[in-house]
Design a binder for this molecule. Structure first.
Ligand SMILES: Cc1cc2nc3c(=O)[nH]c(=O)nc-3n(C[C@H](O)[C@H](O)[C@H](O)COP(=O)(O)O)c2cc1C
Length: 176
């Protein structure tokens, strides 16, 4: 039996980075590109798997973005962002928006969101256009809370998944 820590010891206790990554990497996620616009109207975006539904009424979601980030700066400037849920054939888009290239939008078709103008990528499974309602610092990430002001869904495309550092495909459960 490992010795249990006291309450004050627990306050300082934490796992190492590798343990954190392998535990959290065991949770499969979807893959999104979070987009926004700078004050000059330039599109910004990054690949993001830390996206989650928060509340139905009002309709809120969250996205966690590591600092510093050009996309985060644009989100704070414009107070708006979109979460673009990538489809299974968009792994290359996910790689582009996770890479250090400055021109991530080159050759990537997008349209301005109806309500806020933030970039909506084409061929996604769904997109959520959001107004930033709050932003909290949590460790090395900002937790962004967005209120959905517009949403689009494709009923025919299937999502890109991410699990244990690899892009994956969803399979319907045999019992379904
Ligand atoms: C599948 C995948 C998921 C990712 N999820 C996140 C995430 O949830 N939050 C984050 O800040 N970065 C995430 N990243 C890393 C960023 O996409 C990457 O660091 C990017 O270059 C940051 O761009 P920025 O400098 O515009 O912020 C992810 C990368 C990949 C490939």
């Amino acid at each position: 039996m490992p010795e249990q820590l006291s309450t004050s010891e627990l306050l300082l206790d934490q796992v190492d980075l590798n343990t954190f990554r392998s535990v959290m990497g065991s949770l499969p996620t979807g893959v999104s590109v979070v987009t926004s616009l700078t004050a000059d109207g330039e599109p910004r975006g990054l690949t993001c798997s830390a996206v989650c539904s928060v509340s139905a009424a009002p309709p809120l979601l969250l996205a966690c973005v590591k600092q510093p980030s050009a996309t985060l700066e644009a989100i704070h400037q414009s107070s708006a962002f979109a979460v673009n849920f990538l489809s299974v054939d968009m792994a290359e888009t996910a790689r582009t928006f996770a890479s250090p290239v400055p021109e991530r939008f080159e050759g990537v078709p997008w349209t301005p969101g109806k309500r806020t103008g933030v970039p909506l990528l084409q061929s996604t499974v769904a997109s959520a256009e959001c107004v930033l309602t709050s932003s909290y610092l949590a460790g090395d990430h900002q937790v962004l809370i967005g209120r959905l002001v517009h949403g689009d869904v494709s009923t025919t495309r299937v999502p890109l998944a991410y699990w244990r550092a690899q892009f994956s495909e969803l399979r319907t459960h045999p019992a379904a």
